[in-house]
Design a protein around this ligand. Sequence first.
Ligand code: DC
Length: 227
Amino acid sequence: MNNEKIFSIAIDGPCGAGKSSVADDAAKRLNILHLDTGAMYRAVGLYMLENEIDIHNPDEVKAHMDEVKIDVAFENGIQKTYLCGRDVSSLIRTQEAGDAASAVSKGAYVREKMVLKQREIAKGMSILMDGRDAGTCILPDATLKIYLTADVHERARRRYDERVQKGEACVFDDVLKECIERDHNDMNREVSPLIQAEDAVVVDSTHMTQAEVVDRIIALLKERLEA
Ligand code: DC
């Protein structure tokens, strides 16, 4: 789609709903950058794990936040995430880093720092962000807000299949339990919990392919830009 206007898309939703893959594809088709905001929380979580800081103690996490330098760069449109100058793009993809991200993201101070950085990255250009608070907090005036969800059993099944494909040994019931716990944490924290923005369009991907979800997002964006 050729467009002169600067626009932004915020995609939020629970874990395993397919946000990252959908966001990657949609951004590619629109020729804009995709900022994976979860990667930044994962990098903070990784720092705390590596330095043996109690991720469940917000005061301790806060006390170490000045040591944490998160940067993102885009190489051929693909996001690289740096922690204190070190490329941690692969290291942050573990289950442990995801759980640590969920824990540290409860802290107001951590969130303030990340949101400032995310807004700074987005300044002056068209962007697609995915996360938990992209539409409710980071980009309140986003051109299009999507709340991407799917039945929790389907989300767990996708996660399970992904891991099996990577050769990881896992049990479906454990993956389901993890998804339920992650949803509970992300939806019930005090600061910026995962909620559907009032003006978000809900897309339930339970019975949709990735391509169908991307088509729907692009069609919705087109409508918004032409309105
Ligand atoms: O999308 P993800 O699995 O990479 O995110 C990891 C955790 O980071 C998620 O459980 C909650 C947190 N997160 C957040 O609080 N706000 C965001 N915008 C993105 C992620």
